[in-house]
Design a binder for this molecule. Structure first.
Ligand SMILES: Cc1cc2nc3c(=O)[nH]c(=O)nc-3n(C[C@H](O)[C@H](O)[C@H](O)COP(=O)(O)O)c2cc1C
Length: 128
């Protein structure tokens, strides 16, 4: 099993430790890890090239490419973030903004259709 983890912060605090617990339980063969903003820090410019033309025209395409490749070759994707002012970290939001074109109403990627979505929140609260 291949797993990609996108950490919504650079530091290795409690969120990192929780992700490691989950990772260990999965016993993956390969783990691709990316820390934000260390491995990706650009803000979406709102150029809408990804919507109107193709994600290949995103000005940050080259920097995103290794992360997208890892994600598309993984069986499990883990996105982590501590709560910062009632939300995920700004760097996680900034990262996810670059995938707006994949929303169901735009151009969803068939490679993602077989994934299940689980959102784990504080104190063992789980939503699907
Ligand atoms: C800038 C900032 C904003 C935060 N905002 C919230 C918040 O809105 N609600 C909350 O419950 N905790 C908030 N916290 C606390 C962190 O979510 C909490 O300490 C978390 O466990 C930190 O995870 P970490 O050890 O992985 O950094 C905030 C912490 C920081 C640094």
């Amino acid at each position: 099993m291949d797993v990609t983890v996108i950490y919504g912060a650079n530091h290795k605090g409690s969120t990192y430790e929780i992700a490691r617990l989950l990772l260990n339980s999965l016993e993956p063969e390969t783990v691709h890890e990316f820390f934000l903003p260390r491995d990706f820090k650009d803000f979406c410019t709102g150029c809408t090239n990804c919507f109107m033309k193709s994600e290949d025209f995103c000005p940050h395409r080259d920097k995103l490419a290794p992360i997208i490749t890892a994600m598309e070759h993984s069986d499990v994707l883990i996105f982590t973030s501590p709560v910062y002012v009632l939300h995920s970290t700004g760097q996680m939001k900034t990262f996810l903004d670059h995938f707006g074109y994949r929303f169901m109403i735009h151009r969803p990627s068939p490679s993602m259709f077989s994934y299940y979505y689980h959102c784990c929140r504080r104190r063992n609260e789980v939503c699907n």
